[in-house]
Design a protein. Structure first.
Length: 228
């Protein structure tokens, strides 16, 4: 089955591609929505421009559509993007974990387009998910935070076992979603088994307003996988 994958550059969309490939699906296109609104209900915002780098180092064509990010209206923009590939693929792949809002709307667009909706991470256990990500060789950076307990120090932080333990403690204390499905944070994948080269951040800055913030990446370079 041929799939087009919605990709944000974050852990969920890329791990969904990784799992789909392991399950025998052929991911022939990447689809990326660039939202002009940081308040979009549907689409990841921080460093979305780096999906073109992900496409390059995976060797998969990327199609992009822009949207104002207005609630519900942005769905028409997504449907326009999907229409570009609906005659060339059998389904749409997403990294949805627990958001019924997102899942219901993507399913609806897929039905109208005559495509299957594939979401291999749906209702995955978040604690097990983090372990699977790290054990599979994913290098993940926090690119935005907007929840109590996730302060400025988390911006640009690479997730390791220590960070996961801290997230578990925050989950116990203040009930943040371990997988960030409540919008607590966004991520960026810098390396994974599907990448031909790994991404290194050369220049970035933190934008922090006292309660939430974004790690804005201005420049990157690609390095061979065997460099440390």
């Amino acid at each position: 089955m041929k799939l087009a994958a919605l990709i944000s550059g974050g852990k969920d969309s890329l791990y969904a591609i990784y799992l789909a490939k392991k399950q025998g699906y052929d991911v022939t296109y990447l689809l990326s929505m660039i939202s002009q609104s940081s308040e979009s209900y549907m689409f990841h915002h921080p460093n979305i421009n780096l999906t073109k780098v992900h496409a390059e180092i995976m060797g998969i064509p990327l199609l992009v559509e822009e949207t104002l990010g207005e609630k519900e209206r942005e769905l028409a923009d997504l449907e326009r993007l999907i229409s570009k590939v609906k005659n060339e693929v059998d389904g749409i792949l997403t990294g949805a974990i627990a958001s019924n809002y997102q899942m219901e709307r993507i399913d609806r667009i897929c039905r109208r387009s005559g495509l299957k909706s594939i979401s291999p991470l749906w209702h995955i256990n978040p604690e097990r998910y983090w372990n699977d990500l790290l054990n599979s060789g994913f290098r993940i950076m926090i690119s935005s935070v907007s929840a109590e307990g996730l302060g400025e120090k988390w911006l640009g932080r690479i997730i390791d076992e220590k960070a996961i333990n801290e997230l578990k403690e925050l989950n116990r204390k203040i009930k943040i979603h371990l997988g960030f499905e409540g919008g607590e944070a966004e991520t960026l994948v810098l390396d994974c088994p599907m990448f031909r080269r790994r991404i290194e951040v050369i220049e970035a800055k933190k934008k922090w307003d006292g309660q939430s913030g974004t790690y804005i990446i201005n420049s990157t370079k690609l390095s061979p996988k065997n460099e440390h």
